[in-house]
Write a new protein. Structure first.
Ligand code: FES
Length: 404
């Protein structure tokens, strides 16, 4: 009979336990980061550089541009978890490279560091950017998140081809044009994504809406190496930098980029206002063959690199819900839901209209005829009656009838 006893596992866990008591950074299994340095990127954006431990390096020797780390930070006796985008790619030289090379103490760490960038705007980000002492060790997830180039079919193909051949095939150089749109600190995941995209041979355009120039040297270096890279900084306080005379993102600004929009994949990261503006702009543009530009948009999972709210949290928050019956009156279909109405419908094989899936674009808005739902972003309960709701951010607290 199998007892489940695994001597090698017990031994490993025991060694890990003893090791972590001897030194908090040491672990064979738990990814940890040791805080090395802060770098001011702008008045309100601070980069933090960490050394990775053995467990991190073994389990994540590589990561994709656009991925993030979920950090577990102990503040005043309580653990808090937050997600922050990684800046750049493994081994990619960043702007403080010279400082590190000149500093013998840090020289050995140069190959094993990760960098995140944070806007101080809450308990955890304030602690990380202002109070955390150098040398502090924190637990981290491995790099995760789906805001990566692997969402672009041509890149999947490219990765496969590059593994097989040492040179990039000619055909691949004609692959999908990519448009990256960032607002303020939403620029942080873009450096890794864009560097990868350019290496794969894509035509890349970056639109950055910001009051400060961020990562300027990096963009200039990439533009010098890759003629297929175009960078527009729209400084919201300088009208000389505006696209088509406006500081706002609009259908006209997208058209002014002169890209084949029907075939362009758009990656966006920024404030809810910027993302809502993008979805509005997309509706102003007509594409051939009934294509919708909104279908080409991929947004960062949690809207902003330093958001407190991730899709994992959505899952956690809804995991313990009791299943309720959702009836779609116009379609005469019903399904059972213990998560957001949108996800539950999809699990049941029913496609509902949606866009961002984060409560921003309003494309999933529909009329509820009856039943109580709860907004998982605000925690607010609806009335029992007739009103509009967004299916991507509401869960059913009772049986619900939708006018869909
Ligand atoms: S899908 Fe965008 S608000 Fe729901």
């Amino acid at each position: 009979m199998t007892t489940g006893y695994r001597p090698e596992w017990v031994q490993g866990a025991f060694v890990d336990f003893i090791g972590s008591r001897l030194h908090p950074f040491w672990s064979l299994k738990i990814p940890k980061l040791r805080f090395l340095a802060r770098h001011q990127l702008s008045d309100d954006l601070i980069a933090l550089q960490f050394e990775t431990n053995y467990a991190f390096r073994q389990q994540a020797p590589d990561w994709q541009g656009g991925q993030y780390l979920n950090l577990s930070v102990l503040i005043d006796g309580t653990y808090h978890q937050r997600s922050y985008s990684l800046v750049g790619l493994p081994q990619q030289p960043l702007w403080w490279q010279n400082e590190i090379v000149n500093n013998k103490t840090n020289k050995n760490n140069q190959r094993h560091t990760v960098t995140i960038a944070i806007k101080p705007q809450g308990l955890v980000s304030d602690y990380l950017t202002k109070r955390m002492s150098l040398g502090t060790v924190i637990n981290s997830s491995l790099p995760s998140g789906a805001f990566t180039l692997t969402q672009t079919p041509s890149v999947k193909l490219a990765s496969a081809l590059i593994k097989q051949e040492s040179t990039v095939p000619l055909a691949f150089k004609k692959s999908t044009p990519l448009l990256f749109i960032a607002g303020g600190s939403g620029i942080t995941p873009m450096l890794g994504l864009i560097t990868q995209a350019l290496k794969y041979g894509h035509q890349v355009t970056l639109l950055h809406y910001s009051r400060a120039v961020l990562l300027q040297n990096e963009w200039q270096q990439l533009a010098a190496i890759y003629p297929a890279f175009t960078y527009h900084l729209i400084n919201t306080t300088d009208s000389n930098t505006y696209l088509v005379g406006t500081r706002y993102l609009s259908g006209h600004s997208l058209l002014a980029l002169d890209l084949p929009l029907a075939d362009t994949q758009i990656f966006a990261c920024g404030s809810p206002a910027l993302l809502a503006g993008l979805y509005n702009a997309a509706t102003e543009i007509s594409l051939p063959q009934n294509k919708q530009l909104r279908d080409n948009i991929i947004v960062e999972d949690f809207g902003n690199a330093s958001s407190d709210f991730t899709s994992d949290q959505i899952h956690d928050k809804t995991a313990k819900q009791e299943a309720q019956t959702i009836y779609l009156r116009a379609r005469q279909q019903q399904f059972s839901s213990d998560t957001t109405l949108l996800i539950a419908a999809e699990k049941a094989g029913i496609r509902l209209t949606h866009g961002c899936r984060q409560g921003i674009c309003q494309l999933c808005r529909c009329r509820k005829i009856s039943g109580v739902v709860k907004n998982i972003q605000t925690g607010k309960l609806s009335s029992d009656g007739n009103e509009f709701i967004q299916t991507c951010i509401n869960i059913a607290m009772t049986d619900v009838v939708l006018d869909v």
